[in-house]
Write a protein that binds this ligand. Structure first.
Ligand SMILES: [Zn+2]
Length: 431
């Protein structure tokens, strides 16, 4: 395998508390040396002068739509979108058609990934067969074929007894259950977060309790079983407050927040643009401030995009009928860098930690999330200085449902290196 030298970049590796201008030498897909003025002969060199070099970003919550809805996204297009956003590892959720709920489904994903993926695919297996919330899948089979976690995301697990048994079962495999917390009775028919904006716009609101009730339930079940529950896309103050208390008690609970819940609020719904319709919905400014506090303190372990491609035809409907979700991998780092780091909401090392070492810790990925010697050579290089305008027509994703179209951002990925191989460089996929 060709060797690679990354020269003269500002290396920020929160896991080892490194932040200095230095070289990195990559050999056999691993970080082989790191230091000032390295003299190794390398087959290729990337000049990272003036740029930052980080561990490859990990997105533990994406939807690739293959098999079933290849018109929205495929493994080919979705992994290229990931690479263009600086992500080297992504975890596709199991809610494809058919769902990834069996050894066969995992084998399909693995075969297609080997053929079409340009980043590491770390699959998530379904918790229940057909995502129906009735019968638990064969966790052992799913782990054998590569599952790093289990989730019915897209379909909340309403049956508490089933979730209790799943948490007991998953303890055997050292893999968390990632739960989309939503009480479907409380959220039924809702189009956005309940509150003054929903009232003014005449849109049916979803109370915060629709999400926070299930978070409280999950914490109770995690405590009783000792299983690891990971709360997907936290969006309201109460959720992160409950999680903070649970963590202090030593309960095995972790959580993520999305770029959109960290930077946008329900006020964005004013223009009735369906690209702001999500599940869970965008919260109030108070919710956003609570998420930011939790992100800074580490109560929020990681940032995940919930990349959810939908066709323009589907999104271009009245609010009640439009599907939930937005794409996010190609804009995540620039949005967070521009709206949070440049506005002094969080520090750059904290942002990087929550997108690298944080998800690696949640998913027990011992070889990822850091640039320490011997780790997998998954590396991202970002240009923090050049301002650019988001143009969805240029996305590698097959979908265009992005609320940041036309926004000026900084922090674009310059190069993405996966297992020592450069897959994205200066705007282009190079494999
Ligand atoms: Zn979800």
């Amino acid at each position: 395998m060709p060797t690679l030298l990354i020269r003269n970049g500002r290396v920020i590796d929160p896991a080892t508390q490194r932040d200095e201008v230095i070289d990195i030498f990559i050999q056999d897909g691993k970080i082989a040396d790191i230091g000032v003025g390295l003299q190794h002969f390398a087959d290729a060199t990337i000049d990272a002068t003036g740029k930052i070099v980080t561990p490859g970003l990990i997105d533990m919550h994406v939807h690739l739509r293959e098999p079933g809805r290849e018109d929205k996204e495929t493994i080919f297009s979705g992994t290229r979108a990931a690479a263009a956003g600086g992500f080297t590892s992504i975890c596709p959720m199991a809610n494809t058609e058919p769902p990834c709920d069996s050894a066969q489904g995992m084998q399909f994903l693995r075969a297609r990934s080997q053929e079409h993926s340009v980043v590491n695919i770390l699959p998530i297996g379904a918790v229940t067969r057909g995502l129906k919330g009735e019968a638990i899948t064969e966790f052992g089979d799913l782990v054998y074929y590569g599952a790093v976690a289990f989730s019915d995301d897209g379909h909340p697990i309403m049956n508490a007894e089933l979730l209790r048994r799943a948490l007991e079962y998953t303890s055997m495999f050292n893999a968390p259950i990632l739960d989309h917390c939503e009480d479907l009775n409380l959220s039924e028919g809702g189009q956005m977060r309940a509150g003054a904006v929903a009232y003014r716009l005449g849109l049916k609101g979803i109370p915060a309790a629709a999400n926070s009730c299930q978070v409280a339930r999950d914490i109770v079940l995690a405590e009783e079983t000792g299983g690891h529950i990971h709360i997907c896309h936290t969006s309201v103050r109460a959720e992160v407050e409950y999680i903070a208390v649970a963590k202090a008690k030593g309960i095995k609970v972790t959580c993520e927040a999305t770029p959109h819940h960290l930077t946008l609020t329900d006020a964005c719904m004013e223009g009735y643009n369906t690209n702001y319709k999500m599940s869970p919905p965008l919260g109030s400014e108070d919710d956003r401030q609570a998420l930011l506090d939790a992100l800074r303190s580490g109560v929020v372990d990681c940032i995940a995009t919930d990349h959810a491609p939908h066709s323009a035809m589907e999104k271009d409907r009245v609010m009640a009928e439009a599907p939930n979700g937005i794409i996010g991998m190609e804009t995540a780092f620039p949005v967070l860098y521009t709206d949070l780091v440049l506005k002094n909401e969080i520090g750059l090392p904290t942002l990087i930690e929550r997108m690298t070492a944080g998800p690696a810790r949640v998913l027990h990925l011992a070889k990822k999330g850091s640039l320490a010697l011997g780790k997998d050579a998954d590396v991202s290089i970002f240009d923090l200085d050049t301002e650019y305008t988001v143009n969805p027509d240029k996305f590698f994703s097959r979908s265009r449902n992005c609320p940041w179209a036309g926004k000026k951002l900084q922090g674009k990925a310059f190069a993405t290196i996966v297992g020592g191989k450069t897959v994205f460089l200066n705007g282009e996929i190079v494999v």
